[in-house]
Design a protein around this ligand. Structure first.
Ligand code: PMT
Length: 432
């Protein structure tokens, strides 16, 4: 029977804390949900739970040392193809090691080698948890995009009560499901769980994204505004900066896809491995999209295309006329580029739109999804000044034809772009 985690390879790292017993329940829940669970323990963790327990629960050998006599299991083979790694319990010592990038045991080596999301569930004495060293380490991990689950307040094994108690296995299980289905952000309030903002480019450059997601796929992305000329020196446009579309293009490239970026006039640059096609007007953008649409697998419309253009372009500069305080521009509708793609009858690529809305946001986004025959639509509420147009951050909700599938809290656009691209690749794969 297929369940929510069927086929997911999950690595469960267990370090030396009394909460290791809770990891047994977590392992059982994951296996029951269809996941293929590999347990990696530190040597000291064996003082709390034996290998045999996890081997029976997971159905796989448990790894402890890098140079064990299991020739077929290395930290690299374990990490390869993993969908998620959770370290639960994560002691102060293990947290410090992974912050330092150490690889002195199987658990830390695998943590360093995986390219999937890593989730850390700290469990320790309150003083150790609140120590500035641990807090700084946790802050560093979050900054790097590692999910850290804030421990609960409560009675601890050391006899005192305070923060440091590992979250219950059922809660950790639901966090894993949320992360793997990109539902973090609306399933419950998890400001602690979401990786905090990182500076633009930092994450894209340092975090290794699984190339397998986009490998062999060709993605076309539209970005930026369009300019609709009135006369040789004037035009109608909007304040799209192109940041969201360019971030999507970089993320798609990092995931291993071939990327064509059709960009309206912006001041941004992109990686040389991206095919950049610069356009100005909506009709030029449509032409560029039509030139490539037959050869791409995915089209993402992130451009803020002007809905109208001036009907009669004046080839000479329009002059002020004496006694005329107003002039009238007649505007005609521009072609809908994305609808042209979405409504293709043959060779239609997987089609994703963005909806820039200020009111009735969900309703409007859903109706655009249907009208333009899109597979997914990414809604951003552009009435909010700190996200959307020309800001470094965005907050989006994604819908498919059946309703809401993900909400991504406010984060830098390049982080949002990585999550959106991951979701698009996964959905596109399922529709084939
Ligand atoms: O560029 P930034 O400053 O980073 O800002 C990002 C953004 C706010 C522009 C981006 O996140 C966004 O929301 N882009 C879509 C803007 C928009 O025009 O939305 P819309 O709701 O009007 O259009 C819906 C969809 O149809 C969009 O995918 C749009 O690209 C597409 N469209 C619209 C009109 C048209 N004539 N042709 C189209 O292809």
């Amino acid at each position: 029977m297929d369940t929510q985690l069927t086929g997911k390879k999950i690595i469960l790292g267990v370090s030396a804390g009394i909460a290791a017993y809770k990891a047994c329940t977590l392992c059982r829940l994951l296996v029951k949900a269809g996941a293929d669970v590999y347990v990696v323990m530190t040597k000291d963790a064996l003082n709390f739970v034996g290998k045999a327990t996890f081997e029976a629960l997971s159905g796989h050998k448990v790894s402890v040392e890098i140079f064990e006599d299991q020739k077929d299991i290395s930290h690299i083979s374990l990490s390869t193809g993993a969908d998620l790694m959770m370290i639960a319990p994560a002691t102060a010592n293990t947290i410090a090691k992974i912050t330092a990038g150490m690889a002195d045991n199987m658990l830390t080596a695998v943590t360093l080698a995986v390219t999937c999301p890593v989730v850390v569930a700290p469990a320790m004495n309150s003083n150790m948890y609140q120590n500035i060293a641990t807090q700084e380490n946790i802050a560093t991990l979050k900054r790097r995009g590692i999910y850290v689950i804030t421990p609960a307040d409560g009675p601890l094994a050391c006899g005192i009560s305070g923060p440091g108690r590992m979250k219950e296995p059922e809660e950790l299980f639901s966090d894993i499901v949320s992360i793997l289905s990109n539902r973090i952000g609306y399933t419950r309030e998890q400001s602690d769980l979401l990786p905090p903002p990182v500076k633009p480019l930092e994450l894209t450059r340092t975090r290794l994204l699984p190339k397998a997601y986009g490998a062999g796929l060709k993605v076309l992305i539209t970005a930026g505004p369009t300019e609709e000329p009135i006369d040789p020196v004037r035009f109608i446009s909007n304040c799209s900066s192109g940041k969201m579309g360019y971030a999507l293009a970089e993320a798609a490239l990092a995931y291993g896809a071939e990327v064509i970026l059709v960009s309206g006039p912006v001041t941004l640059t992109c990686s040389k491995d991206i095919t950049l096609i610069k356009v100005k007007s909506a009709s030029q953008m449509l032409q560029a999209v039509e030139d490539y649409v037959k050869e791409v697998d995915i089209v993402i419309g992130c451009a803020a295309v002007a809905d109208y253009r001036v009907e009669n372009y004046s080839p000479v500069k329009i002059k002020k006329e004496e006694g005329n305080d107003t002039i009238t521009l007649k505007l005609v509708k521009n072609p809908d580029i994305l609808a042209t793609v979405g409504l293709l009858e043959n060779n239609r690529p997987f089609t994703v739109g963005f909806a820039a809305e200020t009111n009735n946001t969900e309703e409007n986004a859903k109706s655009k999804l249907v009208r333009k025959n899109l597979d997914l639509i990414v809604l951003n509420d552009v009435s909010k000044k700190d996200i959307g147009f020309n800001s470094d951050d965005n907050e989006v909700t994604i819908f498919d034809k059946d309703g809401k599938i993900a909400h991504l809290e406010k984060q830098p656009k390049h982080v949002i772009a990585q999550s959106v691209m991951e979701l698009i690749f996964k959905y596109q794969k399922n529709t084939k």
